[in-house]
Design a protein around this ligand. Structure first.
Ligand SMILES: Nc1ncnc2c1ncn2[C@@H]1O[C@H](COP(=O)(O)OP(=O)(O)OP(=O)(O)O)[C@@H](O)[C@H]1O
Length: 450
């Protein structure tokens, strides 16, 4: 560890540089010295150091200025300020600016070694935190991007995704909120010939018109107050990749015209610009709105609709594919079990019954949230009715005595039917009985479709 740790000492006093360098070298560190801030910065251009010791008082560029220039270049650099006894206040100020510690002249050799041990420990901890954060982000991204395809309707959606992937034609994805439109857009990109290209997503509903305009098309420096730098827009960033415009039903007529032109001409102007910018991307749009109705109400342009809706893909709501519920629930359970470190084996039959009997107005997103919450409050090894009481306000766990075999059978048949969208053949297959037996049981127990 020490041998690979590189330290730079910056001080205009040669004797200090020599003394520190000799001391740290003896402790096994690689040390270099610089006699001024300018010299140090020039050397950092070539290769970065792990730890810097900067004298606060230096002619030309002082230690404080060098500290902020170093932090700009290398935000994770560990910096120790060297100060004379009288100027500890300045050292404290430097720590507010990002220095990790300070050292007082004259040096106590033991203090030097201890200080370096402390700095190395802090550095190791920071790196560990960073690695953990990256792991967590990967984990969240895996939840975000792993798509469960189980029910027949979702298998059809996936077959279409594979079919349309290689084409460059614009796709319009429709479906209620939370059905997985974002996930489907990413899946299309993964199946496309541009899977290595960028995937640039914009939520059009979340931004005001002027912000959306500069977000999409970019702007030139000085185009408006606050435009201090020229900025590339999302259309430009999506070049050779995919542009995903979520909540497309929310954009204004003016913006629809600008986008229509950009799509047709494959070029556009940045806000405040006069030079056309070229960009070629595949457009995927999504909405939970009924665009034909918006067109009838003159709230959406018909020409723009035809331009973005060359291929349309409709994602059914979760209540129309309830057989996905247990599989999705299991998928989310695995994820949250891993995240929380809790030991949970699965769902009770009753829990599955409750999950599949629910209407899921918030679709898959709501299911994910419900499972997350159930995992948090779970006490036993299984997610049961207790963990899902909030799904059904009438349910009262205290009164949920042991069920009779008959009740269990009714619940289970009900759940299987709901999970298969009341398709008798599929439900019978899932239950492991033949259709006529299932019909008989439905009649005997007077099970009715809600
Ligand atoms: N088939 C699926 N498999 C696994 N997770 C899914 C599936 N469908 C949706 N999800 C998850 O449900 C959540 C909501 O999905 P997503 O954001 O894609 O929905 P949306 O239709 O784009 O919603 P909105 O209209 O609100 O933007 C996400 O966490 C997503 O990962």
């Amino acid at each position: 560890m020490r041998l690979s740790t590189r330290i730079m000492v910056v001080d205009d006093e040669e004797t200090i540089c020599e003394a520190l360098s000799a001391w740290f070298a003896k402790d096994g560190y690689q040390v270099e010295t610089a006699s001024s801030g300018f010299d140090a910065l020039a050397r950092v251009e070539d290769s970065a150091f792990d730890v810097y010791l900067l004298d606060i008082k230096m002619p030309g560029m002082d230690g404080i200025e060098l500290l902020s220039r170093l932090k700009e270049k290398q935000p994770d650099a560990m910096v120790i300020m060297i100060t004379a006894h009288g100027s500890i206040q300045t050292a404290v100020e430097a720590m507010k600016l990002g220095a990790s510690d300070y050292l007082c002249k004259p040096f106590d050799p033991d203090e030097l070694s201890l200080l370096m041990e402390r700095i190395m420990a802090t550095k190791a901890l920071k790196e560990e935190n960073l690695a953990l954060r990256e792991q967590l982000m990967d984990h969240q991204a895996s939840l975000h991007h792993a798509m469960v395809i189980h029910s027949e309707p979702m298998q059809k959606v996936f077959a279409t995704i594979k079919e349309i992937g290689p084409s460059l034609a614009p796709v319009l994805i429709t479906g209620e909120t939370g059905v997985g439109k974002d996930l489907v857009a990413r899946a299309i990109q993964q199946q496309s010939l541009r899977s290595e290209g960028p995937f640039i997503a914009v939520n059009c509903g979340a931004l005001t018109e002027s912000i959306l305009e500069s977000e999409l098309f970019g702007h030139e420096r000085g185009a408006f107050t606050g435009a201090v730098k020229t900025r590339r827009g999302r259309l430009e960033m999506a070049d050779n990749g995919t542009l995903f415009l979520d909540e497309i039903g929310e954009i204004s007529s003016k913006m629809q015209i600008s986008l229509l032109r950009a799509l047709e001409e494959k070029q556009f102007l940045r806000v405040g610009g006069s030079q056309p910018v070229k960009s070629e991307f595949r457009l995927i749009s999504a909405t939970h709105q009924n665009l034909p109705r918006l067109i009838r109400e003159h709230r959406f342009r018909e020409d723009f609709f035809y331009r973005i809706n060359v291929i349309s893909l409709q994602i059914p709501p979760l209540r129309e594919r309830l057989e996905d519920v247990p599989v999705l629930a299991d998928h989310f359970l695995k994820h949250y079990v891993e995240e929380t470190g809790k030991f949970l084996e699965g769902f009770t039959q009753r829990a599955i019954g409750m999950l599949t009997a629910y209407r899921w107005p918030g679709n898959v997103r709501e299911l994910r949230n419900v499972i997350e919450r159930a995992v948090v409050i779970a006490r036993g090894r299984m997610i049961g009715a207790r963990e899902l009481t909030f799904l059904n306000p009438e349910a009262d766990v205290c009164n949920m005595g042991p069920l009779t075999l008959r009740d269990m059978e009714i619940n289970h048949i009900h759940a299987a039917l709901a999970a298969c969208n009341w398709n008798i053949s599929r439900a019978a297959k899932q239950l492991g009985i033949d259709r006529s037996t299932l019909r008989r049981k439905i009649k005997r127990h007077q099970i009715n479709r809600p």
